[in-house]
Ligand binder design. Structure first.
Ligand code: DAH
Length: 346
């Protein structure tokens, strides 16, 4: 067997030519295998050296070895070049444009009604009230009877009630918790009751589920002036300024006397005859209230001869609407995230 010396130079030429057309490290690796791999052309040439005659071996041996070394060196050099180019390309394709707007994150927010509830609780806490809660599925007794509304009392018509088959109902107001709290805590007592209530009502200003805040204070020698002071302080603190108020005579079976409280319109202060919030009247109804009826105090297990006091019930949704300038109550409950998450503190 013989090796032609030009066989070696042919191989070198072939390699040089192929190397020129290589564009990436993968192609380069294929080229390495083609020439230096187990079955590569240079490897095969090296293997065949053994079959040469002893006088040919040194000459061709060193020539083939040189070829192998040169190819190795060229490949390594090319590899470094290609790697740099590839890194450059990668970097360019993955470059971050810091001027692009970032992806916005949406955070959960506290619902306006919850925010208002927390605020009002804080204000009443400052006046010594604690929070009492009661069941939303209520017994007829607590919702009506204990509140001086007997089965045939016409006041039951005031509230269109959701009844269960077993006679229980979805409470129509937070007032039943007054009686539950009296029975649980006795007198003297100062409680507020925030919570959901239910009525068969649905229009822009009524939702079948809404929120009320009940209040009850019983002690010795309580007067209507205490009641007035308490609600005046709460409303001025909540709205952040001293508002005009008017107390009108009203009727509720569970209070005697009964009143209703209006505040000056927080949107127009009575100056806009076309105001959408107060409909031009200048006043907003904010709460029912009164001196707790002796029958109710008695139903709560407390002696009305010794203790007297007052109660009120106001709409928390209405307070939220006024605070945030809404004219449709339903927006609070229809789950529109873009409204619910917009611009309020978490
Ligand atoms: N429970 C009444 C309602 O839902 C509101 C109310 C009026 C509560 C007078 C009271 C009160 O405690 O004294 O319409």
């Amino acid at each position: 067997m013989t090796i032609e010396i030009n066989q070696i130079s042919e191989l070198r030429k072939k390699f040089d030519l192929k190397l020129k057309s290589i564009n990436d490290t993968k192609e380069l690796n294929d080229l390495r295998v083609e020439f230096l791999g187990k079955k590569g052309s240079v490897t095969l040439l090296l293997k065949s050296l053994g079959k040469l005659s002893p006088d040919q071996r040194p000459v061709f041996g060193s020539a083939v070895n040189n070829l192998r070394l040169e190819i190795e060196t060229s490949i390594n050099k090319k590899y470094e070049e290609l790697r740099l180019l590839e890194l450059d390309r990668e970097e360019k394709s993955q470059r971050i444009d810091v001027t692009l707007p970032s992806r916005s994150k949406t955070y959960g927010g506290v619902h306006p009604v919850s925010q208002v509830t927390f605020e009002v609780i804080e204000i009443f806490k400052g006046m010594g009230f604690s929070v009492a809660l009661g069941p939303e599925i209520e017994e007829d007794f607590y919702n009506f009877e204990a509140l001086n509304i007997p089965p045939h009392h016409p006041a039951r018509d005031m509230q269109d009630t959701f009844y269960f088959k077993d006679g229980r109902l979805l409470r129509t107001h937070t007032s039943p918790v007054e009686v539950r709290a009296m029975r649980a805590l006795g007198a003297p007592i100062r409680v507020i009751v925030p919570g959901k209530v239910y009525r068969r009502d649905s229009d822009p200003t009524h939702s079948p589920m809404f929120h009320q805040l009940e209040g009850l204070l019983l002690d010795e020698d309580i007067s209507i002036a205490d009641l007035k002071g308490c609600l005046d302080v709460m409303l001025d603190t909540f709205f952040g300024r001293q508002l005009k108020k008017r107390y009108r005579a009203s009727y509720f079976p569970f209070t005697e006397p009964s009143l209703e409280l209006d505040i000056e319109c927080v949107a127009c202060s009575g100056k806009d005859p076309k105001c959408r919030i107060c409909k031009g009247s200048g006043w907003l109804e904010i709460s029912g209230l009164g001196m707790t009826h002796p029958n109710v105090i008695r139903a709560g297990g407390i002696d009305p001869e010794r203790y007297n006091g007052f109660a009120w019930g106001m709409g928390l949704d209405r307070l939220a609407m006024l605070k945030y300038g809404l004219n449709d109550l339903r927006i609070l409950f229809d789950g529109n995230l873009s409204y619910l998450l917009s611009g309020r503190d978490c």
